[in-house]
Structures are given as C-alpha cells and as structure tokens.
Design a protein around this ligand. Structure first.
Ligand code: KIV
Length: 265
C-alpha cells in the first residue's frame, strides 16, 4: 500500500530536488488512472469550465461545481494530494474564502488554490488560521481573463517580473504551502523558485520549477481547435494508452526533460 502524499511532504520534494508531477483531474476514473501512474498532485482545476463544461473561460464555474468534481476525484485517489480551485469571485473577503474552502475540504480537498498576489494576503492568512493549506497562483490568472483581454505570457517586462517576485515572497510570508506559476518566462520562474522555500509548480513556466502541472486533456492531445498552447505536449501520441501517456509525462517531468526549450517562454 503506497502512503498518501501529505502537504508537509511537498517541501521534502523540493528539499531533495525531486520534481513534483501534477495533472488536473475532474472525475473518479481518470483520477484513479493518474493515481496509479504515480502523479503526486491531482488538481481539480476550474479549467473544468473549459474542458468539461465547454465554456470559453473559467468564469462560469461555481463553488458547487468545484465541490461536486472534488468529491468525484476524491473517490478515485489513494496517494495523490488533492488540490481544488476556489473559483471566480468566490473569495472576495477572507470569511467568504474560508466558507468556500470549507466546502471544498469537506468534499475531499487537502489544499485550496486561489489566484492573485499582494491583494490576497489577508485571505491567505485567514485560511491558514483555520488550518486550511493554501496554494497561491501567480502569472497568468485565468479568472481575470476579461481584464487581461487574452491569454498571454505575464511578467515579461522588468517591472512586472519584479512585482511577481515580490508577490511570491509575500504569499510565502502569508503562509502558502505551494505556488503555481502560469505562463511566465522560464528565467523569472527560476528566480522565484530560488527565492521561496515553498515548492513552485509551473505550467508554461519552464523547467526550473519544483514541479509541473498540465491540464489532463492537453496532455492527451484534446485541443479544441487542434492548436496546442506553446507549453503543451501531446504525451498520448506514441504512448499506446492513457495510463502510459501519464507515466511518460511523469517520467519526463522527473527527469527534467519536460518542459523542453520549445515549451518555454
Ligand atoms: O484550473 C486549472 O487547471 C489551473 C491550472 C492551469 C494550473 O489552475
């Protein structure tokens, strides 16, 4: 029987230099495949708004949707740590965030993720004070897509890069246990990873993060218009099956072979 991954253990991965392999999961059967393949982090991402519900953005996703999919994924996991997203506009105040996170934790999450930096510090502290592990999310923030205009690389100019680095340090001080970095230059992700003691998990953030996460459907080559984002690789092509594709992804992440230069900004 493999022992379940705990939140404190994530830091051990960083300490011993072992990359953390993460993937999104939205249902029990795929969660079980990820788990038996050896994924350490199963993220019930609000990306379910696009890949499961067929919306153009994550904005329509509600707390009820997240709790439902979290409960589904919980039933499929034995070892992987279950991280769930607090969805769009569900954490405008610390107390609303705690109430929402409690729903996700009761559904089976072991950690919750929220988007944003310095504006979220009070919220992170309130969650941590309730014993709720928190994952920060910096860089491209999909819940802010209508402010951003389009999905594109963040932190590319020196001021934005400096601000992101500061945000990472502030989130660490506030108590996050994990930090997702989305769509930022590989050099910036490397600097953040060196600066903070909590593990960084990259998606479109280069090979120097302490771990990687991908949307499961992207890894399986299921892209809506046939054109993957730069940071995505189809691991199903040539793998012979879904579990083999997940294993190939984990092997490539652990070996530092994914992401390669062609997947980086
Ligand atoms: O919702 C999601 O899948 C995510 C990843 C992009 C990290 O937050």
């Amino acid at each position: 029987m493999r022992t379940a991954i705990t939140v404190p253990e994530l830091r051990e991965f960083k300490r011993r230099g072992e990359k953390i392999a993460g993937l999104t999961a939205y249902d029990a059967r795929f969660a079980a495949v990820l788990d038996s393949a050896g994924v350490e982090l199963a993220l019930v991402g609000d990306s379910l708004g696009t890949v499961i519900q067929g919306h153009a953005t994550t904005v329509p996703v509600t707390l009820a949707h997240m709790a439902y999919h979290t409960a589904c994924v919980r039933r499929g996991l034995q070892r992987a740590l279950l991280l769930s997203d607090l969805p769009f506009a569900s954490y405008p105040t610390p107390s609303r965030a705690v109430a929402g996170a409690a729903k996700l934790m009761r559904a089976g999450a072991q950690m919750v993720k929220l988007e944003g930096g310095r504006s979220r510090l009070e919220t992170v502290r309130a969650l941590v004070a309730e014993g709720i592990p928190v994952c920060g999310h910096l860089g491209l923030l999909p819940q802010s897509i209508h402010r951003l205009g389009r999905y594109r690389v963040q932190g590319a100019d020196p001021q934005a890069a400096q601000r992101l680095l500061e945000d990472a340090c502030l989130l660490e001080e506030a108590g996050v246990d994990l930090l997702v970095l989305e769509c930022i230059p590989a050099t910036l992700a490397e600097a953040v990873t060196a600066e903070v003691s909590v593990p960084t998990i990259g998606i479109g953030a280069g090979p120097h993060c302490d771990g990687q996460v991908l949307v499961l459907h992207d890894l399986l080559g299921l892209w809506p218009d046939g054109t993957p984002p730069r940071f995505v690789k189809d691991f199903l092509a040539g793998a012979g099956g879904i579990e083999a594709a997940v294993r190939a992804y984990i092997t490539a992440v652990k070996a530092g072979e994914f992401p390669a230069d062609i997947h980086c900004y």
